[in-house]
Unconditional design. Structure first.
Length: 364
C-alpha cells in the first residue's frame, strides 16, 4: 500500500490538487467538455446549428419569454435517435410564429403576431393543427441579431473551440515531437536543417501564418485543424529538441545503444517517456493558443462558416452592438473565450508545478 500511495503518478496528482486555481481550471474544462458532448440535448434550440430564426425577436434582452403558435406541421421530417440528436440536432417538424394573444374558435385559431414591443398586429386566422398548438419559450441569454437563441449557440460554440484546440494540439504534438526528437538525437546537418525551419516558422506571427495556410487550404471547419496545428508545432519541437539533446548522452541511453536497440525504440521507449511532463505543459498552453487563433480566424471570416456557431464568429456579427444597449451579444462569447483560455493556462501552470519543470525551458 505504501509503494502505491507514493507512486510518481500519485505524487504528481497530489501536488496538482494542492494548486487550487489549477484544479478549478481543470474542473471548468471538464464541465465545458461535458456541455460540448451533450450538445443539442441541453440546448433550448435543438435544431441543427441552433439556427431557428425569428427576425421579429432580434436583440431581445436576456430572460425574455414569448409565446409561439404552431401554424403547420411537416410529417415528412424524421425523428432521429438520442445519439444522432446529440451530435447533429433535430430538424423541426413544425412552423411557428411569435404571438401576443390568441383565441380558438372551432378548428380555427385567431392570433396576433408579435411585431414589436410597442406595436400590435391585426388579428389573423390560422388552422388549428393537431396536438399542442401554443408553447412558451424563455431566452435566458437573449436573442442575437437574427432572433436566434444566444444560449444555444454559445453551448454549441464549445464544440468548435474545443475540437479545434484538440485536433490542433494533436497535429502540433505529432509534428513537433517527431521533428524535435530527430533534430536533437541525430544532430549535425539534420539538426541544422530542422532548426533553420523552426526559426523561420518562429519568426512569423502566428495569426498571419494561419491566415496564409487558410488561403492555401480554403475556408472551412476542417481546414482550421490543419492551419492551427501547422502554426503551433514549433513550441513543441524546440522543447523536445532541447530535452533530447540533454538526455541522449545519459547512461540509460548509452546502455540501450550498447544492447543494439534501434534508434526509433530508443527515442520512443527510453527518451520520450522521460520528457512527458514538459510536453504536457506545452500542449496545455498550445490548447489555449489554438482557441485564440480559431476565434481570430472566425472573426476574420476564415474559420467556421455560418450558420455553424463559433464564438469568434458571434463576436464578428455583434461587435457593432458594443456601443449600443446590447453589448452582451459580443461580450458573452468574448467572456466564454477568456474563461476557457484562462482555464487552460491555469491547467498548464498546475502541470508545470506538479511535474516540477520550472527550471526547464518551458513557458506558459
Amino acid at each position: 500500500m505504501s509503494s502505491q500511495s507514493n507512486s510518481p503518478s500519485q505524487k504528481i496528482w497530489r501536488k496538482f490538487k494542492k494548486n487550487k486555481l489549477a484544479f478549478s481550471g481543470m474542473v471548468f474544462i471538464l464541465l465545458m467538455m461535458l456541455m460540448g458532448i451533450a450538445g443539442y440535448l441541453i440546448t433550448p434550440d435543438q435544431t441543427p446549428y441552433a439556427n431557428s430564426m425569428h427576425l421579429q425577436l432580434s436583440n431581445k434582452k436576456p430572460g425574455r419569454s414569448f409565446e409561439f403558435l404552431i401554424i403547420s406541421r411537416n410529417p415528412k421530417v424524421e425523428q432521429v435517435g438520442v445519439f444522432e440528436k446529440m451530435l447533429y440536432g433535430q430538424e423541426a417538424n413544425f412552423k411557428v410564429i411569435p404571438i401576443t394573444a390568441y383565441r380558438k374558435v372551432g378548428k380555427t385559431v385567431f392570433a396576433r403576431e408579435y411585431i414589436g414591443d410597442d406595436e400590435q398586429s391585426e388579428e389573423a386566422e390560422y388552422p388549428l393543427v393537431s396536438g399542442k398548438n401554443v408553447y412558451r419559450q424563455t431566452f435566458w441569454l437573449g436573442t442575437d441579431m437574427y432572433g436566434r437563441d444566444l444560449l444555444s449557440r454559445l453551448i454549441l460554440g464549445i464544440r468548435v473551440s474545443l475540437s479545434v484546440g484538440l485536433m490542433a494540439v494533436l497535429i502540433s504534438l505529432f509534428i513537433g515531437i517527431s521533428s524535435g526528437a530527430i533534430a536533437g538525437y541525430f544532430g549535425g546537418k539534420v539538426d541544422a536543417g530542422i532548426s533553420w525551419l523552426m526559426n523561420v516558422i518562429w519568426s512569423l506571427p502566428s495569426l498571419l501564418l494561419v491566415i496564409a495556410i487558410s488561403f492555401a487550404l480554403g475556408k472551412g471547419f476542417w481546414q482550421i485543424f490543419i492551419a492551427v496545428g501547422l502554426s503551433t508545432w514549433v513550441d513543441v519541437a524546440r522543447l523536445v529538441r532541447g530535452q533530447v539533446l540533454a538526455l541522449k548522452e545519459v547512461e540509460f541511453v548509452e546502455a540501450a545503444k550498447a544492447l543494439g536497440f534501434s534508434t526509433p525504440r530508443i527515442i520512443i521507449k527510453h527518451i520520450l517517456p522521460n520528457i512527458a511532463g514538459p510536453i504536457l505543459v506545452v500542449a496545455s498552453a498550445n490548447f489555449a493558443s489554438a482557441i485564440i487563433l480559431e476565434s481570430g480566424l472566425s472573426f476574420l471570416g476564415f474559420g467556421a462558416q455560418p450558420p455553424m456557431p463559433s464564438w469568434g464568429g458571434m463576436i464578428k456579427e455583434h461587435y457593432g452592438y458594443i456601443i449600443m444597449d446590447a453589448a452582451y451579444l459580443a461580450v458573452l462569447p468574448g467572456v466564454a473565450i477568456m474563461l476557457t483560455v484562462y482555464a487552460f493556462n491555469l491547467l498548464a501552470i498546475g502541470l508545470r508545478d506538479a511535474f516540477d519543470v520550472k527550471s526547464q525551458n518551458v513557458t506558459v
